[in-house]
Design a protein around this ligand. Structure first.
Ligand code: ZN
Length: 124
């Protein structure tokens, strides 16, 4: 990856990928959660957070894991896996997050994906 993608096609559906700096900008449902990312299926949009609550840049490895996490949500919704993932069900979150981190580690550790630096500025 030379740069962070602005779009990502998941199961044939193009999602825009938007980089934001705060949890509030990630969370379109205003759940007041400390979210790292969110897949918004109605907008075909994935929002990824670039900074922690304390303002530190999120590592490229964490951003890749979050991007894969949100892509998995999109896949699960589109293929109706795990009884449709829209509820924020904790078991579903754990399953998705574990697989996202395993895949991110696999891809980076084996040189399949080379991570770009974090995005310099947010786009909307
Ligand atoms: Zn999730």
């Amino acid at each position: 990856m030379k740069s962070w993608p602005k779009t990502m096609t998941v199961c044939g559906i193009p999602y825009s990928v938007v980089y934001v700096s705060s949890a509030a900008e990630v969370d379109s449902d205003n759940q007041a959660l400390d979210l790292w990312g969110q897949a918004d299926h109605s907008l075909s949009q994935i929002r990824l957070r670039t900074h922690s609550r304390k303002g530190a840049a999120i590592s490229p490895e964490q951003m890749l894991a979050t991007l894969l996490h949100e892509a998995l949500h999109a896949m699960f919704v589109q293929h109706k896996l795990l009884k449709v993932d829209l509820s924020g069900n904790a078991d579903t979150e754990d399953f998705i997050d574990t697989f996202a981190h395993l895949w991110a580690d696999l891809l980076v550790r084996n040189g399949i994906v080379e991570l770009p630096a974090k995005p310099k500025k947010k786009s909307k």
